[in-house]
Design a protein around this ligand. Structure first.
Ligand code: HEC
Ligand code: HEC
Ligand code: HEC
Ligand code: HEC
Ligand code: HEC
Ligand code: HEC
Length: 264
């Protein structure tokens, strides 16, 4: 290791510790969820009011099968816990969860019995908060052998996708509209604006695989270079890059994943 690299590493470690403190307001120490709960969202706008257990939606399984874009653009789920005003009628009419949970793409809300196979209601598989449910898919079995990372669900999803261990569906018959994919694959260098802190390399190519373009433009980032002003504090607060990183994508505590470019 060169002297300068050692210096940078020390700075990074100090900043990480600082970040851990200022990312968590005094007294309210955020409890780190276990790996299999990272990215889980509890949906409860209506459920409990109607005497059903709240819905637990997991990202780890769904993101291993579909792009973020498919659900958050084509199907229209909000990028914010509780932001979608979905009802059970919507689901039964093929919207939201019901766009897939229809017995063809994924398990049905209610399975009609056929001779030899009993009818079955699958209510508790979605309305599972606080319930004891025997799920079909187990996080640890499902992700066994996936390349790992250090925080959050500890899966390196970029490498998992690149290795062909998962194949992401980006189109759903009857829901998605076939459009010509926009292509913009330049890497963008983002200055960290602080001496000694490595700059950030932002890869459009890698982001577009999952997010298309619409998840970021124009709502989160302007398309004109340098027009969007934000700081690391904003990211820790769940905005800009933090709209995904720290919630579903790899953790905002993994400084070196973003701050990769050595400063001269
Ligand atoms: C199968 C559908 C589906 C896929 C695929 C999907 N999401 Fe979601 N996402 C949801 C649902 C449902 C919610 C909860 C919305 C609500 O509560 O109203 C959600 C919520 C979120 C939230 C808000 C979480 C919070 O705690 O506030 C973020 C951020 C998010 N998704 C990012 C992503 C990213 C990034 C990807 C791709 C890696 C992705 N999603 C893939 C369905 C999906
Ligand atoms: C594929 C997932 C899924 C399945 C299966 C499912 N639900 Fe739901 N359900 C939801 C979601 C999502 C909501 C909206 C949650 C919220 O914001 O409170 C919801 C809401 C509800 C509500 C609240 C009132 C309303 O009309 O929206 C009731 C009642 C309900 N579900 C009953 C059921 C029953 C009964 C079954 C089984 C026959 C069932 N659900 C199966 C996902 C599911
Ligand atoms: C884009 C399609 C898609 C959407 C939208 C979707 N799912 Fe799924 N879901 C799947 C597939 C595919 C599976 C795995 C195959 C299966 O279990 O049928 C799955 C599995 C699940 C499981 C795992 C069940 C188990 O026993 O392991 C749960 C729970 C679940 N979904 C809940 C939801 C809820 C709640 C929503 C809406 C908020 C939702 N899903 C929206 C496609 C989808
Ligand atoms: C995950 C978020 C994200 C996604 C997805 C995304 N972008 Fe961007 N884009 C950015 C950021 C961040 C910048 C830099 C903005 C700045 O400097 O203020 C940017 C900048 C740009 C610029 C200006 C670049 C320059 O050098 O002047 C263009 C053009 C652009 N994006 C097009 C696209 C297209 C086309 C897609 C889909 C293929 C896409 N983006 C997907 C985040 C994203
Ligand atoms: C719309 C959601 C979203 C936003 C906003 C977003 N990302 Fe990502 N990013 C992803 C997803 C999805 C991945 C795939 C890996 C994962 O989920 O952990 C990813 C992966 C990455 C990677 C790893 C790529 C590689 O080269 O291996 C880096 C670095 C990264 N993001 C940096 C950023 C930065 C910097 C910003 C803000 C300028 C940003 N991201 C904004 C969703 C997002
Ligand atoms: C998801 C990507 C990402 C991760 C992870 C990340 N950063 Fe950043 N960071 C950025 C971006 C983008 C900027 C540039 C913001 C700007 O334009 O000033 C930045 C800027 C900074 C700055 C410059 C001052 C400021 O507030 O803007 C510091 C210091 C910093 N980050 C520290 C950290 C530390 C410490 C960690 C780990 C705990 C970390 N970052 C993790 C993306 C990231």
């Amino acid at each position: 290791m060169k002297k300068r690299d050692i210096f940078l590493t020390v700075i990074l470690v100090v900043l990480c510790i600082a970040a851990l403190t200022f990312a968590q307001p005094a007294g309210v120490r955020k409890k780190k969820p276990p790996r299999h709960e990272y990215g889980n969202v509890v949906m409860n706008n209506l459920a409990e009011k109607n005497k059903m257990a709240p819905v637990v939606y997991n990202h780890w399984l769904h993101r291993a099968l579909y792009t973020c874009r498919l659900c958050h653009v084509d199907i229209g789920f909000a990028m914010e816990a509780g932001g979608t005003k979905a009802t059970m009628d919507d689901n039964n009419n093929g919207l939201y969860c019901g766009a897939c949970h229809n017995g063809k793409e994924a398990f049905a809300i209610e399975e009609k019995g056929v001779p030899g196979v009993a009818a079955r209601k699958n209510c508790e598989r979605c309305h599972s908060y606080g319930q004891k449910v025997a799920f079909e898919k187990d996080f640890y079995k499902f992700t066994k052998g996936f390349p790992m990372s250090r925080f959050g669900d500890k899966i390196n999803w970029i490498k998992t996708e690149e290795a062909g261990l998962i194949k992401l569906k980006d189109y759903l018959e009857g829901i998605s509209i076939k459009t010509k994919a926009l292509n913009y694959s330049a890497d963008t260098e983002i200055k960290s604006n602080i001496t000694g802190m490595p700059d950030i390399i932002f890869s459009h190519k890698k982001h577009a695989i999952w997010n298309g373009c619409e998840l970021c433009h124009p709502d989160i980032f302007g398309v004109k270079r340098g027009t969007t002003k934000y700081t690391m504090q904003d990211i820790f607060a769940g905005k800009y890059c933090g709209a995904c990183h720290g919630k579903v994508s790899f953790s905002d505590l993994d400084c070196q994943e973003c701050h990769v470019k050595n400063v001269n």
